[in-house]
Each structure stands twice: as C-alpha cells, then as structure tokens.
Design a protein around this ligand. Sequence first.
Ligand code: UT7
Length: 323
Amino acid sequence: MTIRAVVAGAGHYLPARVVENAEFEKTLDTDDAWIRSRSGIERRHFAAEDETTSSMAAAAADKALKDAGCAASDVDAIILATSTPDLTFPSAATMVQAELGMNAGFAFDVQAVCAGFVYALANANALIVSGQARRVLVIGAETFSRIMDWTDRSTCVLFGDGAGALLLEAQDAEGTPSDRGILATDLNSDGRFRDLLYVDGGVSTGTTGYLRMQGNQVFRHAVEKLASTATLAMERAGVTADDIDWIVPHQANIRIIQGTAKKLGLPMERVVVTVQDHGNTSAASIPLALSVAHGSGQIKQGDLLVTEAIGGGLAWGAVVLRW
Ligand code: UT7
C-alpha cells in the first residue's frame, strides 16, 4: 500500500476582457498572421484594473473546491505558483487563504516562472505522500499583462492572464502505474541561462520591471529539455509514451508543443491545446488547460497524463499523473 496525491477537483478563471491579435496591429508593427504562424496564439485574456493574481487564483480555487464537493475548511495547504504576486510579500497564497475563508493550515507561493505549476504539483505531492497534508489546493495564477513592455512586439503579443487550480487529496493506492494520482515527477533548473528570460525589476531596482526574452534562444532549449524531462518522468512512473492518453504541455508556442509531441512519438490528437485562446499564461497555463479539458470531458477519470513546462531560470520539469 502507498499514498497517492489524487485530483479531486479542477477549476479555472479567465478575465472577461478578450484581446484578439488584430488589436496589436493598431499600436505595433505586427499582424495577426505573424503572431498566429509563429506562436499559434489567436487571442488572450487581460485582467481588469481591479483584478489581481490572488483574486483570480481564489476564483479558480473556489471552482476546484466546488468541483470536488469540498469546503475551504477541508484543505490543509495552498500552494500558489506565480511570478506575478500582488505584492512582494506576503505571499499571494496567504491572500487566497483569507479570501477563501480558510482559517487553518498553511499557504505559500512557488516561483519557477512558466514551470511553476509543475514545481507546485511536485511540492504538493511530497507533502501528501509524506503525510504532512491530506488535501492541497495547487493553483497557477498570473497577471503577466502587468509586466509587459507594450512597445516590445517580440514579447507583449505572447502573454495573457488567468488562473487554474486543482484540489489534490491523499488516497490509499496499490503503488502501481494503474493507480490514480501523481505517479512521478522530474524537476530541473540551470541558472546559467538567466539572461534568456527575466524581468528587469524587483527589490534590487525598486521597480516592478518588464519581461525581457530572447525568444528564439528559449525556443532552442525548449523541445529537447521538455522531451527529456517528460521521458524521465514516464520512466520513473513505469509507463511509456504508448500508455499516455494526453500530453498537457505548457502553452507557450504551438511549434514547441508540436515539436515536443513529435519527439515523444505522440500524435497531436493526444495533446491538449489551449494556446490559441489563452496565449502564454506562464504558471497558469497547465492548470487552465487541465480544467478546460476536464470541463469539456476531453480528459476523463483514469486517463494517463504527462504535463511538461519550461520557462525563466531556466527551470523545467514534468509530472505524470493518472486523472
Ligand atoms: O513560456 C516561457 C518560455 N517561453 C517560450 O517558450 C517562448 C519561446 N519562443 C517562442 O515562442 C518564439 O521564439 C517566438 C514566438 C517568441 C518568436 O518566434 P521566432 O520564430 O523564434 O522568431 P524570432 O524571434 O527569431 O524573430 C523572427 C523575426 C525577427 O525579425 P528579423 O530579425 O528576422 O527581421 C523579429 O524582429 O520576427 C520579428 N518579430 C515580429 N514580427 C512581427 C518579432 N516579434 C514580432 C511580431 N510581429 N510581434
């Protein structure tokens, strides 16, 4: 017998404001055809002035709790993956804790940029299998619209805002690949690549700063590192690509998603793709994709999933889980 961290519910929140690619043609030397063909993005959501990472995270978490039939008081811990917390501190996770009316347990943020949700899942899994928590809300939420340089066409057309959440709960299991829940994780980072993707502000500058990215350099690392981390996680889980029902990748660029699926030997019919509607929502992209696919019935209980992500750091990783 073993303990597994099993998905009990999922939810997401997207701000009401939808911005189509054509919007950017008014202010930048860009066009819908370039954005669509180079990234696969068609539209993205941007937060309203009164919306924050924590307010969107709380809305997504509330839906995940309802989906699971649980109350906030049933939750032991909240892990919120974000690079755009409302304030430098306290953590956005503690703000979500207060907003949900959860008066016990503990909450903290995880900062691994676009790989944040994979890191958060691995941390939640460790808390659950070690018996330190029975139910953990794992959230990815971002307001990247607040760190965009709106004069930089190479970055500002790519990102969007939103939040997604999973409720994970401890369940007894056999300890085999047939179990539901998280079966394996793999995390990596390499700080030598910090200049490829970073924000040029923070405590050391006294400013919030703007996102800076050498997109084509990140691209060069992405497919290879994503395929190798996913392969390692599958090996650890005791499964092969043939067993996988769905790849749920970080939604940064359709060409990276296609390249990784091809390298793993999986057809695009088995890939969950939301990049066209959400853009790159960093740590929110995987839970958004999971919640949308769960809500539409695309992902069903018992399906075997591999999620993978790479972003600033560089930081990257993968999780294999049975829904
Ligand atoms: O989520 C975190 C990790 N991030 C990623 O995974 C992003 C990875 N990178 C990418 O998705 C792609 O590299 C981009 C979509 C960012 C760019 O695509 P690319 O095929 O790598 O293009 P590029 O950066 O090599 O730029 C090609 C050309 C350049 O013009 P020149 O130098 O060839 O004349 C750019 O100036 O495209 C130009 N360009 C644009 N043109 C029209 C850059 N941005 C735009 C734009 N509209 N918005």
